[in-house]
Design a binder for this molecule. Structure first.
Ligand code: CIZ
Ligand code: SF4
Length: 363
């Protein structure tokens, strides 16, 4: 029988740390641990590979390990399962590590949207569905089936360029901000982007609005990145006018417009790493990553600050803790797989299609 999680929740972090190290040693090359940038340090330090979702999905696709333990959120472990070989096992240490933004779109409301759009125009002929990787596997499957594609915040522009080569319009879900910020940076004016409110009939849009739109943005958002406000930039700059502003494209349009740089977590890390010494940065993305950047670069005189005055972490990313790590790893040592993420074969096949289109167009 597999060991239960309850006993592990009582362990302190140091105990967990030594157990994790021992289990990793015992499992050797049969195990690979992938860690997203938003993970807390006590977990992040155990990762064999760290990265954003694009980089980590490539790692999952090329790994030879029997077990892929994904320290991130549910959709990432699904992608690892889809892109790895059938005999490899993808594991999410805590099943409640979801993504609230991903949950804002589901197959039911996306299929309804597609149906309603089809009543106004020929959706199959005119629209490429694009799903942000922050979405359930069946939505990636929907995109695979309808000539669509997946994107991450690193490749969103390349993906949209590809999409517009296929069809004249894009339906972009679930994150309206990534869609809007990327579209605008490519030259799509705001008036050619409409928001589809999935709680309203026909998205709350008129037939004319739909026909005129180039990008139909799903009304989803990330509550972590929603915390950042343009006034926070103004207030900070009043004190330190030399500050460079760098924001994740899940932040609002107003925040991104006031930023010197906009890009994914990998882009944020690389930009600050390559910046001159003695520079000051105000960063709009998840707190664990910003704190890590601050620690990493302070000896170069780089001052890295978090944009919001209140603490905002991704609470679901935070679910992955050393206790759950120790639990899944010791179970693996004992030959028990717990918390496996397994995408049904038919969904995986269509989703793989949309993901491989993405990997083909990614820089
Ligand atoms: O794509 C990812 O990994 C996320 C969620 C953020 C980013 O930009 O890296
Ligand atoms: Fe989802 Fe936002 Fe957390 Fe990313 S930071 S996993 S988009 S809730």
């Amino acid at each position: 029988m597999s060991a239960a999680i309850q006993a592990y929740t009582l362990l302190d972090d140091d105990d967990c740390e030594s157990r994790i190290l021992r289990a990793r040693e015992a499992l050797g090359e049969r195990l690979v641990i992938l860690g997203h940038h938003y993970q807390r340090d006590e977990v992040f330090k155990h990762a064999d590979f760290t990265g954003d979702s694009l980089k980590l999905s490539r790692q999952a696709a090329s790994s030879n390990a029997d077990y892929i333990v994904f320290c991130g959120v549910h959709f990432m472990a699904e992608v690892a399962d889809i892109l790895s070989r059938p005999e490899q096992v993808s594991i999410l240490p805590d099943m409640s590590a979801g993504c609230a933004m991903a949950d804002m779109a589901n197959l039911q409301n996306v299929e309804r949207a597609w149906q309603e759009l089809s009543e106004v125009l020929d959706a199959e002929e005119m629209i490429t569905p694009v799903t942000y990787i922050n979405s359930a596997a069946d939505l990636k499957g929907f995109c695979g089936e309808h000539g669509g594609i997946v994107c991450t915040s690193t490749n969103a522009r390349h993906v949209l360029e590809w999409s517009f080569k296929q069809k004249e319009k894009v339906l972009f879900f679930p994150d309206q901000h990534l869609g809007r910020n990327t579209g605008y940076a490519m030259g799509v004016p705001l008036h050619e982007m409409v928001v589809w409110d999935y709680d309203k009939p026909r998205g709350g849009l008129s037939a004319a609005q739909i026909k005129k739109a180039k990008i139909i943005l799903w009304k989803g958002f990330c509550s972590v990145h929603q915390m950042f406000q343009p006034e926070q930039i103004d207030n900070f700059k009043r004190k330190y006018p030399e500050t460079k502003i760098i924001s994740h494209p899940e932040s609002s349009f107003e925040v991104c417009q006031k930023s010197d740089y906009v890009g994914s977590t990998e882009y944020i890390i690389n930009t600050i790493a390559e910046a001159e010494a003695d520079t000051r940065w105000l960063v709009a993305t998840e707190l664990n990553l910003v704190n890590r950047l601050h620690e990493k670069f302070k000896h170069e005189g780089k001052n890295v600050h978090f944009m919001s005055p209140s603490v905002c972490m991704c609470s679901t990313m935070f679910r992955i803790d050393p206790q759950h790590m120790a639990w899944v790893l010791e179970n693996l040592v004992d030959g028990h797989v717990v918390n496996q993420i397994s995408v049904p074969a038919d969904v995986a096949e269509q989703a793989r299609l949309a993901l491989s289109r993405m990997l083909d167009v990614s820089p």
